[in-house]
Each structure stands twice: as C-alpha cells, then as structure tokens.
Design a protein around this ligand. Structure first.
Ligand code: ACM
Length: 540
C-alpha cells in the first residue's frame, strides 16, 4: 500500500461566531461549563453540516446541533413505507449507539422525524432540519426520506457504522440541508457473468450504493463466460450456460426467486434493477447451451477466457427471435423497473447489416413487454427505438465520428447515460501497481475519475439528453466482495456525486476533503478501499 498524506486541516465557521475550529476535533477539559459554552462545545464536536458525499444542493449551517440520546425516538407517522425507512435508520443507529431508538407513529416535534409532505422536493429530494430538539427529514416521496437518512448517517461520526457500542457523542450539526439530484439515473453496473456473485454479495454492494444515493443497479446477466438468470423456456441457458466463469470456476446463476429477492432488496433501498442480456455479441454461453442458435447448428464449447468479439447470435434464423422473445418476456415479467438493457456492444462477429437488422427486430420486443430499451452506445450505429437510452462507454481517444454518431442520436431524442471508460469504469487500475483490474482504457486515479462534467462531456450532446451517470464494474479479475470494494471505493463515491450534485458544487479540492472523511466510515463498515495518495485521508 502506498503512503498517504497527512490530513488537510479543515476550517469551518460555526454559529455565526468568529470562532474558527479545526473540524478534525477539539476537546475541552475543566470545570462545568455554562449552557452557552456547553452548546458551543457540542457544536464544535459535530461534523460540519454538508460534509457529505454526494455534496448536497444547499447547506445552511446554524444553531445548536441535535444530540441522539438514550431517549431519542424515531417518529414516522402512519405510513407503512415511512415506518420501514425508520426501521432501516434504527438498524444503522442502534448497534453503535446502544440506544433503543424506538420507531413510533406517535406525534411530537423532538427526536428523529421522517415526514412526507407536499413541497418542491421532486421524486428523490428532501430537506433536513437539525436543531437542539431534533432532526426532521421532510420529502414528498419515500425515496427522498431514504436519501435524507443517508445524509443523516454521514453527518454522524464514522463510528456510527460500527456494529458494537461506541462512545459517541452522537451529534448532528444544526442547520438546514435542502437537496435533490441533478440526474434521475445514478447507476452502478455489476458484471455477474465473468465471475458470478451470490445474492448476498449483490445485497452487500446494494447497501454500499445506497449510502451514496445511487438509484440504479444494472446487472450484466449474460456474456460469453456465463448466463446467470433462469429462463424456464430455455433451461439450459442457466444450467449449462451458467456452469462456469472466467478461469473455469463453477459459475452459478440466479433462480427466479433469487433474482426477485435482489429486485426486492434493491427496491427497499430505492434502487431500480436494470437487467442486461447482451446481444447479439457476447453470447457464447447461450450459443454453447443451444446448438440451434448457431448459424452452423453446432454448439461451441463453454468459454472461460477473457477475449471479446468472437460470438454472435444467428441473425438470419427465425429461432433466434423466438429465443429473444422468450428471454425478454420472462425477464420483463420478473422486473418491475422500466428498463431492459439489450447490450449491443462489441458485436465484432456480426456484420453491420446484420446488426442493424437484429436491433430493428429486437427493440420492438422490449417495447412489447412494456420496457424501455437501453443499449451500449453502439446501438446508435443502428436505429435506436423511440425513447431508447444509449450508454456511452467511450474514452478520450474514441473517434470524433463515433462520438458524433452518439451526439446525433441524442439530438434525435435518444437519452444518454455516461459511463466513460477512462473515467468511471471501476475495473480500470488506479495505477500500474493496482493488483486487480485491467488497463485498456488507461490508469484511472481518483481525481481523474471525479474531475469531469456529465453536462458537457460529449460534444454536440444537448445537456437535456443526458439522463445521468453510471459506474460499471467488469469482473474479469474480480472474484469476491473485497475485490469489488477495492475497485469501487473511492471512485464509486465520485461517480455518485457526479450524478447527484449540482455542477456548481464540483470542485476537486473540496471534494477530496469530503471524500477523505469517508475513509473511516468505510473502515467502520468493513469496506476494503484504495487509499489513494491523492486524497488526504485521516491517519489511522
Ligand atoms: C463494454 O465495455 N464492452 C460495454
């Protein structure tokens, strides 16, 4: 591990006084203080309001902090869904505080209050008001309350994330946060095909994504190396096509019950699952499972290497479209979300004419089953369906012609999700020494990963076409949760901020300080992360 820098001193003006204190922590010894002095001391011990990732849209510090005590209640009103969010918050807070923190429908102005109310919060926004009596989170929708709870969590000391009783004090700085996202698509993709990940491993990642207000979980469910979702009408896809992975391990697949459990769990954290079946390339696992899907009628062997671009569905055979219809129908029926991703990348073994033919036949199938098409940006080389979303994964070196094809589609109504590989592909190595990952898109340190603007990233794309940002994690070299975490953290936090925070808050020098404060939180959560020398992590 590389040496890390000393923490950068942070200064914060509190209570409108001239008192400047180091937020790294101060303590005062001596005789019993007056109430005023005690209040000031408490305010000084609170983490600065707004030292949160993603940066909130607006932060107005002021007044006394709220202190969570043994008597604190979590007030949720009558809604069952808000009660569930209250229970979620209690589950985070109880082990480390050691307090009972009952979740109650009874009214009152004190404690931690979660309130649904009409207001200009949007579908995911919230307002957090903190003062001596309590903390109130208000939102128009439960998703906003849930995101507000993530802010509340981050305003508490990192030790709140531990699973044993810690000393506290549990202070939330006084003031008001008003917050709502820049983009509606704030995604993370996990490739469960190159290596399979269990339901519990996916849930662990979902919990980590939720902390950063990520709202889409894109699951890359099929590729050359493995088919990971049960399809009743084509059972060998999972039983044979799912029976191995990169390097020849046992692979695995999700039963329909498994997949529904992932969808349910993700939804309980306000993430929408976007399932991907990659077509017409990246299909060796399907071609190996059913000989009739191959133009020559011969099933290839299963594949456990890491090459790309060698497989294609047989565009001229009718059975191909029976297969596609069955798969999309069954997957759409399992998926409450709006989107179904059909891949479309690296179809190097499909002629351009065949690719265009294939996409013209397959996109209407997605619509027939009530879903919106998402494809990798190569879809713009065919004719994207009305309302389709193209996921851009190019890099600085991508040709101007290819970028312009994407921009032209965007001007024509195709939505764009930005996943530039040399910025937020989480599988790219940070440095040449990174033990995991790949480097075909370059080495991507934390600053490079954060320091770009989705709003004007691709020339010629109208800002209104940009739906958001997604950080994919391909898993050729990734085999366990520790690996996921080491590659995702800290870069995932930056991708989440690019998706959530207003462009006006974008600033590497202040971001890196807020990011540094996440390090102890990840340690408390048992998240193995990369201690980039670019970030002023606190000493440990
Ligand atoms: C991709 O990285 N082939 C989407």
């Amino acid at each position: 591990m590389r040496p890390h820098h000393r923490p950068t001193p942070r200064v914060t003006r509190l209570l409108g006084s001239l008192l400047l204190v180091a937020a790294a922590g101060t303590f005062v010894a001596g005789a019993a203080p007056t109430p005023e002095v005690a209040a000031e001391e408490a305010a000084r011990k609170a983490r600065p309001l707004g030292e949160v990732v993603p940066a909130p849209a607006s932060v107005a510090p002021g007044g006394s902090p709220y202190r969570i005590t043994r008597d604190t209640r979590i007030r949720v009103g009558a809604s069952q869904e808000v009660r569930r969010i209250g229970e979620y918050a209690a589950k985070v807070l109880r082990p480390s505080t050691g307090y009972p923190l009952p979740v109650t429908a009874s009214g009152g102005q004190d404690g931690i209050r979660l309130r649904l109310a009409k207001g200009a919060f949007g579908a995911e926004g919230y307002r957090l008001d903190s003062g001596a009596k309590g903390v109130t989170i208000t939102a128009a929708k439960p998703a906003g309350l849930f995101h507000g709870v993530q802010t509340l969590r981050q305003l508490l000391p990192a030790a709140v994330e531990k699973d044993s009783v810690q000393p506290g004090p549990w202070l939330i700085a006084g003031g008001t946060v008003k917050d709502s996202p820049r983009y509606g698509w704030r995604g993370a993709m996990l490739d469960v095909s190159r290596h399979f990940f269990t339901v519990d491993q996916v849930k662990r990642y979902v919990d980590q994504l939720a902390l950063y207000k990520v709202n889409k979980l894109h699951l890359h469910l099929s590729d050359d190396q493995g088919w990971r979702i049960a399809v009743d009408s084509w059972p060998r896809l999972a039983t044979h096509g799912g029976s191995t992975q990169v390097g020849g391990g046992p692979g695995g697949f999700y039963t329909k019950a498994d997949y529904k459990e992932i969808v349910r769990y993700a939804a309980s954290r306000y993430l929408e699952v976007v399932p991907e079946i990659d077509m017409p390339g990246h299909t060796n696992a399907a071609l190996a499972s059913y000989a009739e899907l191959n133009c020559d009628g011969v099933a290839p062997p299963l594949y456990t290497g890491t090459d790309v671009g060698f497989s294609s569905l047989c565009v001229s055979k009718d059975v191909t479209y029976d297969f596609v219809d069955d798969v999309i129908r069954e997957l759409a029926a399992l998926t409450p979300g709006r989107y179904l991703h059909i891949g479309g990348d690296e179809a190097h073994s499909t002629s351009h004419e065949d690719y265009v033919t294939f996409m013209a036949r397959v996109q209407p199938v997605v619509a027939k089953y009530g879903k919106t098409v998402v494809g990798w940006h190569q879809l713009t080389g065919a004719t994207p369906a009305k309302g389709a979303v193209a996921q851009y994964w190019g890099l600085d070196g991508t040709s101007a012609e290819e970028k312009e094809r994407v921009a032209a589609a965007a001007r024509n109504g195709t939505g764009i999700v930005l996943s530039p590989a040399d910025r937020i592909y989480l599988d790219m190595k940070y440095t040449a020494d990174t033990p995991l990952g790949l480097d075909w898109a370059g080495l991507v340190e934390v600053e490079r990963s954060y320091d770009w603007d989705p709003g004007n990233y691709l020339p010629g794309v109208p800002a209104s076409a940009v739906r958001g940002v997604e950080a994919p994690l391909w898993t050729e070299t990734i085999t366990k949760s520790d690996d996921i975490e080491y590659m995702a953290f800290p870069r995932l936090a930056g991708a989440a901020e690019l998706g959530w925070s207003p462009a006006a808050t974008h600033d590497w020098d202040t971001y890196k300080v807020r990011l540094a404060a996440q390090g102890p939180r990840w340690e408390a959560l048992g998240i193995d992360y990369y201690r980039s020398p670019q970030v002023p992590w606190p000493a440990r």
